[in-house]
Write a protein that binds this ligand. Sequence first.
Ligand SMILES: Cc1cc2nc3c(=O)[nH]c(=O)nc-3n(C[C@H](O)[C@H](O)[C@H](O)COP(=O)(O)O)c2cc1C
Length: 253
Amino acid sequence: METTIYYFTGTGNSLKIAKDLCENITNCRLIRICKRNMNINEVTSERIGFVFPVYYRGLPKMVANFIKNLDVNSGRYFFAAANFGSYAALTFEQIDILLRSKGKSLSANFSVEMPGNMWFMYYPHPKEDFINRMNNQSRITINIARKINNNYENNIPVIKNRYKEEKMYEDFNPNNIDENFWVSEKCVGCSICSNVCPAENIEIIEEKPSWKHRCEQCLACIHLCPQTAIEFKKDSINKERYKNIFVKTEDLF
Ligand SMILES: Cc1cc2nc3c(=O)[nH]c(=O)nc-3n(C[C@H](O)[C@H](O)[C@H](O)COP(=O)(O)O)c2cc1C
């Protein structure tokens, strides 16, 4: 049985999980959800998986749009692996609704706790918690891969505080959030921010990044800038940046 995993990532957590899954699932290939892959429509796999971070209690907009566009006719088994600071919230239900509109449904859902990368909600995680999550991730993911190999199925967990979570997701409109990004004199015009952006939202003009207002709010540009030259309002000043320690910046190009 062939498996395709589609993953979206900003700071590498989802990439690490997707890679670990793929290495432990037989006959598996990995495809990144990013602007240049938005029109992929040649799925032939019987097993189809989605790996993604939770944003504002729901799916990153790019992931939702990608699944909307995807031809899933070949699929017989669908899985979703969410990673997050707190919990998967609305994401599995959102994927199931998208699949049901195409006559399919989500067969299995999996959750992986990871360090949160969003300061204005809860960053930084307590150090101990952070280390535990990094240490446990591979073992948890290999266990998930074993279940996927056996086409394990489960039910979508009940959503706590549905009204609150839906309200939060409703307020998630990332495209123009980049109006709050700015670049300090530390910028050397290396263009890493532009290379890691999954939305191709950054153009380098006169050796400085310029954002084009189709941001997905993945925060890759801020977190991965080697000079820590990119800031979000005043919120990020002097705050530690985050990248999954097992992923190289170039893996996100
Ligand atoms: C815009 C944004 C919103 C987020 N919202 C949530 C959330 O609602 N719940 C949660 O548990 N984590 C949330 N997070 C944390 C990420 O889901 C988490 O850090 C994830 O592992 C990042 O994955 P990545 O490294 O693949 O980008 C949010 C992160 C960002 C950037």
